[in-house]
Ligand binder design. Structure first.
Ligand SMILES: Nc1ncnc2c1ncn2[C@@H]1O[C@H](COP(=O)(O)OP(=O)(O)OP(=O)(O)O)[C@@H](O)[C@H]1O
Ligand SMILES: [Mg+2]
Length: 281
């Protein structure tokens, strides 16, 4: 059974027509699937119908999928218009929000498909990222970026990071007594393989912050000293000392463990596990 198409309420149509009027500056916020993209597509079509050259229109989306979807809808609609007879085309133009189509408008409407497709640098529907990349590529000196730069995709980025990591590791193991050699030894003793990689990656991705921080501190050693002070740890603190302080320190003296274990035993599963540990200690 074919489901009957539910009519679009006149109030919705009116609101959509007002929002797609190129003369109005509009902000549309509406539920998922309620016709936002439809309104944008109508707006583009109405701009084209009013004689705006395709290359003067720029549509920006957040995702590539949304850009493809919008462009596809504009071209499908305009392509469909070429196939319609006069009455059908008038109805379609009215549907787009223009109340009184004329013969001239019909003629224009039939040319739009070819015009939008063929104009060099024609209708632009693209992601905000693509637009920004293009702007930077056009004005590299003003933006202080290398001319003819390329944007890395995730795979290239990972590959470069792996290669750089490997080069640093090789260098560090070649000269174990250099600062970098000693750093690698410390890191290997303290971090699991995966954690270490992640930490390095995070650090590389936030290198601007790191550099600004170490520059402000004067050098890497001074920056490390600042961090030690903030965390209240010193270079000769040992993990055993920290553990001893936890177990033998004043916060939870051994004399209270039994009492604490009894309390924890009445609580959640995780707490009962703690109770077991305290009881066993
Ligand atoms: N006035 C209208 N006439 C005909 N079809 C319409 C109208 N308004 C919305 N639709 C249809 O409703 C469906 C959903 O609309 P659309 O994709 O534009 O919604 P959306 O708000 O952009 O959705 P999403 O939140 O998923 O991005 C589409 O098939 C669209 O063609
Ligand atoms: Mg949408």
């Amino acid at each position: 059974m074919v489901k009957a198409i539910r009519p679009i309420p006149p109030a919705v149509r009116d609101a959509q027509a007002r929002a797609s009027d190129p003369k109005a500056s509009t902000f549309v916020s509406a539920n998922a699937g309620s016709g936002k993209t439809h309104v944008l597509v109508q707006r583009v079509i109405r701009l084209l119908l009013s004689g705006v050259p395709p290359e003067k229109i720029l549509c920006i989306t957040f995702t590539k999928a949304a850009a493809a979807n919008m462009a596809e809808r504009v071209f499908t609609t305009l392509g469909h218009w070429v196939t319609l007879d006069d009455a059908g085309l008038d109805a379609a133009i009215r549907e787009a929000g223009i109340a009184h189509p004329s013969a001239t408008l019909r003629r224009e409407a039939r040319k739009l498909f070819a015009c939008a497709l063929e104009t060099p640098g024609g209708l632009k529907v693209q992601t905000i990222h693509a637009l920004c990349t293009r702007l930077l590529q056009q004005f590299p000196f003003e933006a202080n970026v290398p001319a003819r730069f390329a944007v890395l995709d995730d795979r290239d980025q990972n590959e470069m990071m792996e290669r750089a990591n490997l080069a640093v590791f090789l260098e560090a193991s070649r000269i174990p007594d250099s600062p970098i050699g000693r750093a690698l030894r410390t890191a290997m003793a303290n971090a699991a393989d995966v954690t270490f990689k992640e930490v390095v990656r995070e650090a590389c991705l936030s290198r601007d912050h790191f550099m600004a921080w170490t520059d402000a501190a004067g050098n890497a050693a001074a920056a490390a000293a600042q961090m030690s002070a903030a965390l209240d740890v010193s270079a000769d603190d040992r993990i055993e000392d920290v553990e001893r302080e936890i177990v033998d320190g004043p916060n939870l003296p051994r004399s209270s463990w039994k009492e604490m274990a009894t309390l924890l035993d009445t609580s959640s599963k995780a707490d009962q596990k703690q109770a077991e540990r305290l009881g066993g200690g």
